[in-house]
Write a protein that binds this ligand. Sequence first.
Ligand code: DAH
Length: 339
Amino acid sequence: MKEQLEKIRQLAEKELTECGAADVLENLRVKYLGKKGELTAILKQMGQLSAEERPVIGQLANDVRRTIEEKITERAEILRTEFAARKLKEETIDVTLPGKKQNVGKLHPLTVTLNDVKEIFLGMGFEVVEGPEVETDHYCFEALNMPKHHPARDTQDTFYINDNVVLRTQTSSVQIRTMEKKKPPIRIISPGRVYRSDAVDATHSPIFHQIEGLVIDKGITMADLNGTLELLMKRLYGEDCKIRLRPHHFPYTEPSAEVDIMCFNCHGEGCPMCKNEGYIEVLGAGMVHPKVLEGCGIDPEVYSGFAFGIGLERITMGRYEINDLRLLYENDMRFLGQF
Ligand code: DAH
């Protein structure tokens, strides 16, 4: 029995020393010290020993057990240290390497300008509303006092879906949709895409953006229109910005005006940017035509109002001194990154 115990001790020491993984170590522990382990098997035979032999063998068995236990603890400690060292090595980060640059996006200049315009109008108590880009002839033309064959239609050639449905050429359609739904007082702006059958050049695009404005209440006059637009332009272009209204004609306003802003480049002196005019046209406006009000069920004897349509591209180009409309749509990062 003594020899058996010594053999177990030797073999266990050898196996434990060679053991290189935690799960193998656990198997060895079960093999030697477990309930069905080799040491236990020997201790079960103790009963067969004589009274003198028993304490000697018992002592030895305890010795062997302690040796194996110590060896296991020692080995486990070594394996843990090795594992930690290996992991540390595998996961080393070289903090001196240059990082990966994260490109941060920014808003498109058209979006920046639109956000600013919205902010200014919200501050004056306006509401922002939307209208459909695919529109009926009725809302885009007819209800705006532009019956079929009206010459004003020719200036806004559109993409027809069918005889009755068009891609809207102007956000003025939202005026009608709003007045049909809401009772005065009305104070809205409506930004959005518009479409025209135009060839692309530095100042034209078949798709562009407008911001429509509409105010209807009792006692609204041209002075209110002037004051509102002046405030808008001063906020957008600086306090020294001046506007001027030139008589014009739109079928849905009477009187009508085209609105110019003082050239931000030459401050009214005349330069290539404003084609020597000193002023640059930015929008159309006027007092809502009584026929249009009537058509929407609003009594023109009681209510009056003004409307305007701003070209978003145009005021953006003015703000950032962009001289070619196409730059706004090409999405060239070298261009967009400047704003
Ligand atoms: N719809 C016009 C255009 O596209 C702009 C315009 C002019 C809008 C006068 C208006 C307005 O609301 O009253 O050129």
